[in-house]
Design a protein. Sequence first.
Length: 1152
Amino acid sequence: MSESRFVHLNVHSEYAITDSTIRIPQLVETVRAMGMSAVALTDTNNLFAALKFYQAAKKAKVKPIIGADITVLDPALDIGTFEVTLLCQNRIGYLNLSRIISQAQRHSDDRGQVYVEKAFLQSHSEGLILLADSMVSDLGCLIQQRQLEAALEIMLDWRSVWGDRFYVAISKIERSGESACHDAALYMAAHQNIPLVASGRCRFLQPEDFEAHEARVCINSGHIVADRNRPHHYTEQQYLKTPEQMAQLFAKFPCLLENTYYIAQRCNFDFDGEEYYLPDFPIPEGETIDSYFARLCRSQLAEFLLSDRRDPNYSDEDYKERLELEIKVILDMGFPGYFLIVSDFIRWSKDNKIPVGPGRGSGAGSLVAYMLKITALDPLTYELLFERFLNPERISMPDFDVDFCMDRRDEVIAYVADKYGHEKVSQIITFGSMNAKAVVRDAGRVLGYPYPVTDGIAKLIPNDLGMTLSKAMTAAPDLAALYEDDDEAREIIDLSYKLEGLKRNVGKHAGGVVIAPSAISDFCPIYIEQQSQSVVSQFDKDDVESIGLVKFDFLGLRTLTIIDWAVQAIVAETGKQLDIEKIPLDDAKTFRLMRTGNTTSVFQLESPGMQSLIGRLKPGTFEDIIALVALYRPGPLDSGMADTYVKCKHGQETPNYMHEDLTEILEPTYGVILYQEQVMQIAQVLAGFTLGGADILRKAMGKKIVEVMEQQKQVFIDGAVARGVDEALAAHIFSQIETFAGYGFNKSHSAAYALVAYQTAYLKAHYPVHFMAAVLSADLNNTDKIAKQLYDIRAMGIHVNQPDVNRSFYRFKAINGAIQYGLGAIKGVGEGAIEDIVQARENEGDFTSFSDLCGRVNLSKVNKRSLEALIKAGAFDQLHDNRSQLLAGMEQVIKASEQQNKDKQAGQFDLFGGGQANTTYSDIKLPAAQKEASLKRLLAEKSVLGFFLSGHPMDDIRECLQHVLSFPLDHFHQMKINSEKPRGFRVLGMVAGVRPGFNQKMKLLLNDHSGDFDFTLPPQLYAECEEQLKQHAVVMVSGEAGLKTFKNRQGDGDNEVFVVSVNELLTLDQALAMYCNHICLVSYKNSHRLIDDLTDLCGQFGPGKTRLYVHYRHQGKQTNLEIGEQFSVRVNQQFIQQALSAPSIQKVLAKK
């Protein structure tokens, strides 16, 4: 196809976020296929996709033109904001465009629309071409208002600044009033000899994409597509037209098409990604950055060699030789400044008591990093390789990922911004995409379907990572069937297919920070992130690095916060000084805790699957923990690597080292190639690779780069043969490395995270109360997590005191061997209210009553909602145990307290007149109210805590069936961890939820005092008992649970899977009737009523089959009575409730 003389100069991509469905790869492919030599990307007020577009266009041999549509405000005109298009001619133009967009981000109108003032635009015109559309520019707005003279003045004003770089753009896209605007603009431009240019204002790729485009616009605006009254800013003509179609539209004005080509020739900006731009690190006078860096490293090593931190297995010379090697590589690659910058902000953090992690990623393999306090692991001790981090044979930026305490990470970023200049520091942008579930909900909403319809479809899509609609159609047969059978579902899913994966919103990277040598806008524009008002780069992490800026990762790690809180609490309560970085790494108590599987809340080791692996591996050394972190991943687990490792460790299999020269490398991992570093060492030892060359091989294997692997295979075999290895064996070893390299883990990262895991396990083993209080405090806003952790805490024998306005603080706190519940974990109670309560308590002593508290706190902070939540949570139980009465009288007390405060203030003001201020808060009489029933009280408690704390609705019922129950629900998790063999079970639980599963099965979530468990019900069983599975209903489930063996999908091996099969489900009344043949009623209060209460019960629930017994206690004496058989009763839930409400009966138990 011959090259066209037309170029599209106004195209939006999905990165415009609001108004385009065009994906960049398809854009450049289509442009090339249409025979156009260039295309401009002009997303509104952003360059989010500029580099991605540039790279894709270059690859497709299409000339990329970098530009943007800019929203402008001219205060001299009464037309509001308008739009012009800017295109970069050269680097100066790009810098000016970046500054213009950055300036626009700092201003927004009352609708949140960012803009730049015209004066700023005019002062940054160099290197840019400006296109003013005949309808949406200031020129077009004035023409539409019929202010033609003013329009002409504007046209001349633009030309006075921009000269021959100013064009009037004409777009034929069938907008209302378009023709009249064109005529006026053409007339004025022709008479002033101002060039015109054709524009397509493309917002979607093909004509048939218009529906999806309108849906995308409505997703952003919140409208329904079918709403005739919604704004309609786009037309069906805004697709990417061919040059021939544009030639037809502009047949009378071919020069407008020719001008697009001429403009494209004038635009010649290229990104330069050949160098790195590091900020200047301040160094002492008289030194260079290189000399200062080297001197600092050597002085730190000299100090280290005299300390007890050094590894006695390595000589001074070993350390010095390794350090000098690393210094040379770092200096040769030009990165000393990078190490000094990272070391500086870590040192500042530690000096300011901000917890910093020991390192993560391959950086832990650097001795220089260890000497500069960047990492906390000696790489020689754990045989970590520097070349895995910084390869002298493959120039790339080093990349330290640094973990900080979640609470104080922003302080470190603020320090960096203060040190290097706020205009030089920014965080990094991220883009959220329309994933499968979200896009179905969005599509259904804009098509006007009710939420339950779209939510029902979305819930059929599996939650797997990377799930797409096409995968879901295969993985979820119910979804595929719905698509075939239901027209509404088909319409929603068809639209979702077209929108899936498009960029949906803009956010902030979890930890990425850019530090530039000059203003960020000298490299890319900035964006003001709406939620936090943080400054972020408009390029994402990949693009920031591609243009040579250096990314630093300031990551927030919740576990560091937990460790810090726990250590602070331990020091405060015990007076002991505990340095978590100096704890012994061979502590017997810590490893005992791990081997028992008690690793809930232990970093990296807390999942049930990991607990199961720990139970099999039985770690006894720190190296075992490093291995655990590396083994617990899909690759090693699915491939059998983990099984081989465990069996070889325990002598059940003989390790295979493949060659005697590899024994030393593979012996620590029992013949399993577990770490990427081992791949590198094998290549070095067996085939003579340098470690740098071995890292290139490792990377090629890990990423399956076939052409590099083929090349490296021959190099490996030749090198091994030259060292006396049989050629066939060398080929076999290479294939083994190739197989396992894809699963190999970075040992440096594993070691660093193993250290944090060990630290948390140590705290849990030695200071369980303080540690678990810190764990709970880190999840104040996540009641589900708190509930699970409380089950673990109770299993550890730690008591958790319920919320108490006289004892609790905002966070959970360890007090006298127990955990005091944190008020911050109560829904509806804000931090400000809690601070006010604690402050009042500390100032004037404990509260004596509910009205005393109301009189002493600021009721605008501790408002009605907060007080209600505190009452329901039981925080006033120690002052007044009738929650119903407090709730009934709350408003009355609030009003009275407010009046008392007014009276007190009036008294204080009266002091000058001799008046007396009232400083006491009298108890206000509460209205009479009966205590609520146990279930009602507990459900109210759950509504604010997220779970049952002071008791469980099944507590009384469970006593009657304890003799036939196998275990509490949480024991299923323990069975899985212990890999127990199949056995029968019978459990009791309260229905917490029912939802669809796979293959027409249903998921039944039950809850008891120990926790939750999800059961899968066969279709027939569910159909039989569906009516009984109401929320909060109590049921008994029976079946078999344990580890079962199945053939794997390939049929060449076995998989062991923990399976829970349900074969019977009984309602509570059915279970009581079946299993309660003897009931014991316990009486130790109001015994004078016992005969009357028994008579009432037998009369109401007799005759039946259950014999009654009485355990009677009075004045230190105990008696057991057997009630005659003729007084047997029918036992059901109502009987138990009635019995417990009788004044003389305190407990109902099963008689053994």
